[in-house]
Design a protein around this ligand. Sequence first.
Ligand code: ADP
Ligand code: MN
Ligand code: MN
Ligand code: MN
Ligand code: MN
Length: 364
Amino acid sequence: MIRTYTSTDKRIADRYNSLPGAEDNIFHTYVWIDGSDETLRAKTRVVEKEIRSLKDVPTWHYDGSSTYQATGENSDMLLKPVNWCRDPFFPGGKSKLIMCETFNGSGSPSASNLRHQLVLVAEKTLDLEPWFAFEQEYILLGSDGRPLGFPENGFPQPQGPYYCAVGGGRITGRDISNSHLLACRYAGLAICGTNAEVLLGQWEYQIGPVGALDICDHLWLSRYILERVAEEYGVGVTFDPKPVIGDWNGSGNHCNFSTKPMRENGGIKEIYKAIEKLSKRHEDHMRDYDPTGGLANRRRLTGKHETASADDFSHGEGARTVSIRIPRPAVDDQKGWLEDRRPAANCDPYAVVNRMLRTVCCDE
Ligand code: ADP
Ligand code: MN
Ligand code: MN
Ligand code: MN
Ligand code: MN
């Protein structure tokens, strides 16, 4: 992570955004996951005519040797459009963000393309009508690489006042979180809320509930929008599960999950059946809940700071130091959903959703 973010005067861009005819431009920005399985890349092309259906958005190529995805001799990789939304950054309202799957020169899905496998699992489990919602946490970074609002040396007042905080001295980055919320609403993504988190400069947004593929595409596109909004404010974003050592919360990505039977009267029985299945697959889930096979997430899942230990599976009604929580509304209504608190902030949702469906809906 580079430590200085260039902070130029963004008002100058308005001159170009308001050139005669600027509003008539249509741009497609292709977005994809690079070989880190964590960071996004994107490139933009001019489109002459507004395209009405995703099916008519053509494939495109990029240099995989510059994204940790290929060697120089065989570097051409393919971008296959799989989802899209409105682009909140270019003027005019016709430009789009295009979420893509990546393929090697040989035509096989790239190692970072976990969506490809999810498509099959999502199809198989469609009759159970699975819904997913993620609670994406992240930490904003100032130009010194420390959480936004942390002093250059030492630490701010211990955590306690910052969660859902209101008022100067207790909060940083609200303008960024709100800009992101508005941009995602404009884009048409399923974002549904936001709150300041426990560590100063840490935020969360909720996205969903929607179906298996859509939730993942929307989450990645909302991350793209977050990175871009933060860029414009001259700050960085980290999804690292535990960037500040000590008595400071890490960043997770709680996965809220339900099937149709769980949402029907008496569905609590189905929720407990799912928890029983999940209890037998703890290690498999942990492996898929961050891009390092569980290593990065171990720094976060210590049993402190509203987490359960990485080594043990646990569950509870309304509890926050467990792997799986049954949220209060589901306890009261005896139906609803469960919350998997284990996924790290930097997880690939395609892997998390795939694992959840296979364990709970496919009885793997
Ligand atoms: P908390 O911080 O208490 O864990 P949040 O309000 O941040 O809870 O997130 C709860 C999430 O659960 C929301 O995104 C909400 O849309 C989602 N959710 C609600 N009902 C369901 C359901 N039936 N299936 C899946 N997700 C759901
Ligand atoms: Mn070139
Ligand atoms: Mn939450
Ligand atoms: Mn949270
Ligand atoms: Mn939660």
